[in-house]
Design a protein. Structure first.
Length: 66
């Protein structure tokens, strides 16, 4: 699963990646807020979203350096 997501991100433009990053950060905010109010059924979801954010940031950095 991870490699397919990474390949998907590598095929996107920087603008699309930044849009995806904004959506992921918004999702992370909502998850943290929901977790603080009444807990989550799956708290590991926060960790997974953080890792996706890191993947997107990595691909953005790679594209900007090339």
């Amino acid at each position: 699963m991870k490699s397919s997501k990474i390949n998907e991100y590598k095929n996107m433009s920087v603008e699309q990646l930044q849009k995806e990053l904004k959506e992921l950060k918004n999702e992370l905010f909502k998850l943290r807020f929901q977790n603080s109010l009444n807990g989550l059924d799956n708290p590991k979801k926060i960790t997974l979203v953080k890792k996706e954010i890191a993947r997107v940031n990595t691909v953005i950095t790679e594209k900007e350096n090339n």
